[in-house]
Ligand binder design. Structure first.
Ligand SMILES: C[S@@+](CC[C@H](N)C(=O)[O-])C[C@H]1O[C@@H](n2cnc3c(N)ncnc32)[C@H](O)[C@@H]1O
Length: 244
């Protein structure tokens, strides 16, 4: 039904794995830099799954206690490498299924001498549910998620009613979820889903949040703006009493 070389999931996932060949530099980055940056994970049935119960301790992984920001769908890693370089006191986790993007992220992180960043190659909802301890995440960032704009594909969208409880459980009380998209109908869906989610409150007035100043301009945002789409930001805060 959905991805996989190893097995099938019951629900559609928000990605189709690109076979995209890696360049020689990316292949080298993958083998040389994975030990430093990539968190090894135990799989369930599917190739990008996470085995339930295989939870990590972020303090052990990063070697310290610090705020933790998780970016879902980090792509080439431009936003998270920049953020990690700008904020060395915070720990960052990039979650992505696109291996060439992860390799590029590691290359850039290594070049910038970044130590406060780790990567996971896995389906993001499973990372939030099974890999990270409940209440361990300070912020979740999801910038320009795949829009799945054809009607028959919208069921693949990540920000759907199943997502907020998973995000709420991973976030600490008061933690923040930041979203951005250039697809108007997805922005509206995100707002409807998140407004209706019992674990979250809006962290913006008016129709949309201001552009998140910590977000660097990526190709996806540039392309959306070039073809005249409005870029929509949304910010939600995990209600203090949820799941506690
Ligand atoms: C449109 S790209 C945006 C990349 C990046 N955020 C940016 O703004 O440049 C969306 C990315 O999300 C990744 N992705 C989609 N669903 C995912 C999931 N369930 N788990 C992990 N990564 C996912 C895709 O592989 C893709 O690289």
């Amino acid at each position: 039904m959905t991805e996989t070389s190893r097995g099938f999931r019951e629900r559609p996932v928000s990605f189709v794995r690109r076979s995209g060949r890696m360049s020689e530099a990316q292949e080298r980055a993958w083998s040389d830099l994975s030990p430093r940056y990539l968190i090894p994970v135990e799989r369930d049935v599917a190739a990008t799954s996470i085995l339930p119960g295989s939870t990590i301790d972020p303090a052990e992984v990063f070697g310290r206690d610090a705020r933790l920001i998780v970016e879902i769908g980090s792509g080439q890693g431009h936003a998270i490498v920049h953020a990690a370089g700008s904020d060395p006191d915070v720990d960052f986790l990039a979650v992505e299924v696109f291996r060439a993007g992860l390799a590029r992220t590691m290359l850039d992180a290594d070049r910038a001498g970044i130590d406060n960043l780790r990567l996971v190659e896995a389906n993001a909802p499973e990372v939030l549910q099974h890999l990270l301890p409940a209440g361990s995440v300070d912020e979740i960032w999801i910038f320009f998620p795949d829009p799945w704009h054809k009607k028959r594909h919208t069921k693949r969208r990540l920000i759907a009613p199943e997502f907020p409880p998973i995000a709420a459980a991973a976030l600490r009380p008061g933690g923040v979820l930041r979203l951005a998209t250039d697809w108007e109908d997805y922005a509206v869906q995100m707002r409807e889903v998140m407004d209706a989610a019992s674990g979250f409150t809006r962290d913006f007035g008016g129709d949309w949040a201001c552009r998140f100043e910590g977000r660097v301009l990526t190709a996806f945002e540039r392309k959306g703006a070039r073809v005249g789409r409005d870029i929509r930001d949304l910010t939600y805060r995990r209600a203090a009493e949820t799941g506690t």
